[in-house]
Ligand binder design. Structure first.
Ligand code: FMN
Length: 276
């Protein structure tokens, strides 16, 4: 039998919104258990799992970390890792003191020059990358691989042409969603859905986002919003981590000068083994 998650909010948990009005959509500020100060137990998670990979010698690695990433990504797919393109991107404000934040996004292309993903440029991550392009990606591929990759580098915006080309591959409903969602801004579910219906009307595709159930809608060209598109993370450091027994893991770090303007896959990289 498949797992059915419990409902996130029981109806009585709906509380006043930030503006003070009550909400029927579960968009409240805090759950009732937080408000009443209910004590939660400490959960101990101590599995001490061992990772049984055989070792890798630095001499067996390719000169290019982009080549090694291609190999590891192919091996993650071959091992049936669920969505191996899932990665965490950490960004950092330009303010003082700098404040980092991270979230999950999906790798869309691995190019000779870097790693691309797509998002709303006005989102929290988008605004942070605009102000401070230095960022970091982390991939984690669990058992049976027990591998992780960290990428550090600088983000650059893709061109509108590149973003439009990717946008055109998205399902119609997702394209409407990109127009309608002011990502990272506070919004009620009602306002979000009203915006979705407005954009469906504007583009002449009523029901395309499926708010009233699945609907066959005629294909339409839709311009990518000017506040939405891709970023390319141009790496200057890529680290490959392989879990081994007793936490004596293998770690290999490739670095190149931060100021290098060469295409990553064609550059000369320094390779170091790091202590686990
Ligand atoms: C599996 C998964 C994939 C996601 N992929 C993306 C993505 O490719 N682009 C994106 O903008 N958000 C994606 N999200 C949502 C982000 O994690 C995040 O909630 C959103 O981008 C807003 O982040 P921000 O407020 O830090 O900018 C994904 C979330 C999950 C769980």
């Amino acid at each position: 039998m498949s797992f059915v998650p419990p409902p996130l909010f029981a109806p009585e948990r709906n509380v006043a919104t930030a503006s003070g009005s009550s909400s029927s959509g579960g968009d409240g500020n805090a759950s009732s258990s937080q408000a009443s100060g209910e004590k939660q137990p400490i959960e101990h998670i101590t599995t001490h799992e061992q990772y049984h990979n055989s070792g890798v010698a630095a001499s067996a690695l390719p000169a290019s970390p982009i080549a090694l990433f291609h190999t590891w990504f192919a091996e993650a797919k071959a091992a049936n890792i669920y969505a191996p393109e899932t990665m965490t991107i950490a960004t950092c404000t330009a303010a003082s003191p700098p404040r980092p934040s991270s979230r999950i996004v999906l790798l869309k292309t691995l190019e000779p020059s870097g790693f691309t993903f797509f998002t709303n440029y006005a989102s929290r991550k988008g605004r942070e990358l605009e102000a401070n392009p230095w960022c970091s990606l982390t991939f984690y591929w669990a058992g049976p691989l027990h591998r992780s990759v960290r990428v550090c580098g600088r983000a650059e915006r893709l061109s509108t042409k590149e973003s439009q080309a990717y946008f055109d591959t998205r399902p119609l409903g997702s394209r409407i969603g990109a127009h309608a969602s002011p990502q990272s801004q506070p919004i009620s579910r009602e306002d979000l859905e009203a915006r979705v219906r407005d954009f469906e009307q504007k583009f002449g595709v009523p029901g395309a986002a499926g708010l009233d159930g699945p609907k066959e809608t005629e294909e339409k060209h839709i311009d990518v919003p000017e506040y939405w598109g891709g970023w390319r993370i141009v790496p200057d450091e890529i680290e490959f981590w392989l879990g081994r027994e007793n936490r004596l893991h293998d770690r290999f770090r490739y670095t190149r000068p931060t100021e290098s303007t060469k295409v990553a896959a064609e550059d000369t990289w320094t390779l170091d083994r790091l202590a686990p």
